[in-house]
Design a protein around this ligand. Structure first.
Ligand SMILES: Cc1cc2nc3c(=O)[nH]c(=O)nc-3n(C[C@H](O)[C@H](O)[C@H](O)COP(=O)(O)O)c2cc1C
Length: 512
């Protein structure tokens, strides 16, 4: 894969991703190191490498970019990263040639590329959305419009973070805080000024009449599609949001009500707070939905303060069950996208996918499992609209590498590879492979295998040695190795064949 280009990504992860990187201002060669590092962070190293000139301008440079770095605990090694990127340039020339088309049709509406803002604060005002459109987003799903003004709590967000930013984000926010008329006016202005961009109007009614009326009003204002919010977990009032999305009867009834109000394509935005999303999808179809959007946020409680016993975000010492989003929910979202894509009775339904998308790679995963395009909130809240640069470039390079000319060719390519667990082959074992040259002898694989695995490793002369008779091929060792010295690509063997086991060089006495 082109994007696995060998660059010191650990160093790049230290980049603060500044708004206006002083490293770029300091570069005497006119490079944009801030942008290059951002591309590496968002899994688009190949795109960064392609933007460098033929000559390695960093080679003899005194690296004033590093002197300007705002990181207090030692500058990011920008020069080293740029030089490593430069080395990978020749391999990438091939990728400049084939044209690819990122545009597609969704329920009859043309999208210039598959990246939209999802309904939330990132798509809640004219200025915000206009700026996002200017930067390259193909569309936006406007913050859910309703006919009442919700009262919001403060604070309303909370996050779990690691070295790479939030991995989980909780919010207890409700719907648009503007009046209905103000939101309709924003839609009118956006469609007038940006006719080529796609505007989805997310709506939530309190009864059938209101669903019908809101759908009619947003269509009249110029929205391209309507998204029925059946999934917000944060409503103060009963019978709204996720309460609807957990009942097929309510989904069908309110979809039908919205359908009566508009003729533009209608999506049902579904909640992951159910055991099976398919009954809701089919109910939406019966009610007249043209497509589906998923996932909204996952109900959550974010930690407990050990001194005050409050959970966060704490509003005068109290909080509630709120919606979880961001990287942590991606596997949950992917499961639901696949579930929708394989809905019996709805062949390849149009799906707007979301939940934890940060990079072009995440987006491709959604499309491989059946999404037509993707929507994003949490990553934009954290990093800004600028992530669109690497979403677009990374996806383009990936399609070229795969010799695909249109983005919609990705839809569903991986759906059939998700099998029922009972269909999996269970006769053979795929042994791990140990790379002696990388192993540093930390013993983490040994510890995990001893205490959490199947006791298949021993430490000899400071290195792990596998006992082939005990290894069940679970690959826990592969996952815990901090220096990537163990791969999951050893030999596949059938346990009964004792000789087979011993054929694997990784199994032999002394092999590490
Ligand atoms: C702060 C915040 C506000 C949100 N508001 C809405 C909303 O008004 N309507 C809606 O349908 N979804 C809302 N969502 C859910 C997002 O549109 C999206 O479905 C979810 O966050 C998963 O995507 P993400 O991981 O990219 O954020 C909100 C999410 C967040 C984080």
């Amino acid at each position: 894969m082109i994007q696995t280009t060998a660059i010191p990504s650990r160093q790049a992860e230290r980049c603060l991703l500044c708004h206006d990187g002083p490293c770029t201002a300091a570069c005497p060669h006119g490079l944009d190191p801030a942008r290059l590092l951002r591309s590496v962070r968002f899994e688009n190293a190949a795109g960064a490498a392609r933007r460098l000139s033929e000559q390695d301008l960093c080679a003899g440079c005194s690296a004033p970019c590093q002197a300007a770095c705002l990181r207090g605990d030692g500058a990011v090694e920008i020069r080293e990263i740029c030089m490593a990127l430069h080395k990978s340039r020749p391999d990438l020339e091939e990728l400049s040639r084939t044209p690819v088309d990122l545009s597609s049709e969704f329920c009859g509406v043309r999208l210039e590329n598959p990246f939209l803002l999802s309904s939330s604060v990132v798509a809640s005002s004219y200025d915000k959305i206009a700026r996002a459109f200017e930067m390259g987003w193909a569309g936006a799903c406007f913050k859910t419009i309703c006919d009442f003004i919700p009262r919001e709590a403060s604070p309303r967000y909370s996050a779990l973070s690691d070295g790479q930013g939030f991995y989980g984000f909780k919010n207890i926010e409700q719907l648009s805080c503007d009046s209905l008329e103000e939101d309709l006016e924003i839609i009118r202005r956006l469609k007038r000024d940006w006719p080529g961009k796609v505007l989805i109007a997310s709506i939530m009614g309190r009864d059938e009449e209101e669903w019908t009326r809101l759908a009619r009003l947003v269509e009249e204002a110029g929205a391209d599609l309507v998204e029925c919010n059946f999934s917000c977990p944060n409503m103060e009032q009963d019978g709204l949001g996720v309460d609807v999305g957990q009942s097929p009867q309510a989904v069908e009834r309110y979809t039908a009500a919205a359908r009566r109000g508009c003729s533009i394509p209608l999506l049902a935005k579904l909640t992951p707070n159910v055991g099976d999303m398919r009954p809701m999808a089919m109910a939406a179809k019966r009610g007249g939905a043209d497509g589906l959007a998923a996932i909204n946020t996952v109900k959550s409680i974010m930690g407990m303060n050990l001194d005050t016993y409050a959970t966060s975000p704490s509003v005068r010492g109290f909080s509630g069950v709120g919606g979880y989003s961001g990287r942590a929910v991606k596997p949950i979202a992917l499961r639901f996208i696949w579930e929708l894509a394989t809905c019996p009775g709805w062949q390849a339904p149009p799906i707007s996918g979301m939940g934890g998308i940060e990079s072009w790679r995440d987006a491709v995963e959604f499309m491989l499992l059946g999404a037509d395009h993707v929507q994003v909130t949490t990553a934009v809240m954290q990093y800004g609209y600028r992530i669109i640069d690497d979403l677009l470039e990374g996806l383009t390079l990936y399609l070229r590498e795969k010799a695909l000319t249109r983005v919609n060719q990705l839809k569903g390519l991986g759906v059939e590879n998700v099998a029922a667990l009972e269909e999996l082959e269970r006769e053979s074992i795929l042994l791990p492979r140990f790379d002696r040259s990388r192993c540093v002898g930390c013993g983490r694989c040994y510890l995990s295998c001893r205490d959490g695995g199947h006791d298949a490793l021993v430490m000899r002369r400071g290195r792990p040695v596998m006992n082939p008779k005990a290894c069940v091929g679970c690959h826990l060792c592969v996952l815990v190795c901090p220096v990537h010295a163990i791969s999951g690509y050893g030999k596949r063997i059938v346990p009964d064949g004792e000789e087979n086991r011993l054929e694997n060089p990784a199994c032999q006495e002394g092999a590490t």
